[in-house]
Design a protein around this ligand. Structure first.
Ligand code: DX5
Ligand code: ZN
Length: 229
């Protein structure tokens, strides 16, 4: 459905059969594929890059249409990788503002490459990063864990922050008519997704909660029940 998006993070998928994992999770009812890029510099972990994005692109199909590949860049610097991910079939590219010296330039670069653009705020990153950027954003991604690893626990103070960003985005939409998605990433599971939605999130990343289970359909269905949809 349009209102609530479930975006499984393939970080917790079986990398030995990633194409099948992507196919399976979309068949199980996921909307987007969340693609976590870590560089062992901005975050202390190393994951996947444009080659892997290109490799899974043909498998990221939902109802006969390409599904969104939601690339979360935890890298520094950012700009050099943007054209590579656009060519690899990314649909949305988000980055952390403190990892790019010229945030406006990076956002424009992402849009010029034909992708949607997002900014990612860590648990302790202040909201003022949204002050002069909203008109270039399609999505705000709020981290509910510190970036770097899957399977961490949701940080409770994020709830208050989600509500604050929701208020900002609602006000912006009232003024401009533009809708910006609010995505939350880290420690989301069946037990807490309703509370996160209630605070104002509309897009939910979940890694371990989905890929850690045998039956993806069961988890995603349970999440949708919690979302009231
Ligand atoms: C953390 C990543 C998240 C994470 C989500 O740095 O950005 O996308 O893998 O995984 P879970 O749901 O397991 O916290
Ligand atoms: Zn992520």
């Amino acid at each position: 459905n349009k209102q609530f998006v479930i975006a499984p993070s393939i970080l917790s998928a079986d990398f030995a059969c990633l194409g099948k994992e992507v196919q399976d999770v979309l068949l199980a009812g996921a909307d987007w594929i969340h693609f976590d890029v870590m560089d062992n510099h901005y975050v202390p972990n190393l994951t996947i890059g444009p080659l892997v994005c290109e490799a899974i692109r043909p498998y990221a199909i939902k109802d006969g249409q390409p599904a969104m590949i939601d690339v979360h860049l935890m890298v520094e610097p950012v700009d050099r990788l943007v054209p590579d991910f656009a060519k690899a079939g990314a649909n949305l590219i988000s980055f952390h503002p403190e990892a790019s010296p010229h945030v406006n330039r990076t956002l424009n670069l992402i849009r010029d490459q034909g992708c949607q653009a997002g900014l990612v705020l860590n648990p302790a990153t202040p909201l003022h990063h949204l002050d002069h950027t909203l008109e270039l954003l399609d999505l705000v991604l709020l981290m509910s864990v510190n970036p770097g690893f899957g399977g961490q626990s949701f940080i409770p103070s994020t709830i208050e922050k989600i509500a604050q960003v929701r208020a900002k985005l609602d006000q912006y939409q009232a003024e401009t008519g533009r809708h910006i998605r609010l995505e939350v990433d880290g420690g989301i599971k069946v037990d807490n997704i309703a509370q996160i939605a209630k605070a104002g999130a509309d897009t939910f990343v979940a890694g371990l909660a989905i890929f850690g289970k045998d039956n993806y359909t069961t988890v995603i269905d349970a999440m949708r029940v919690e979302l009231g949809k």
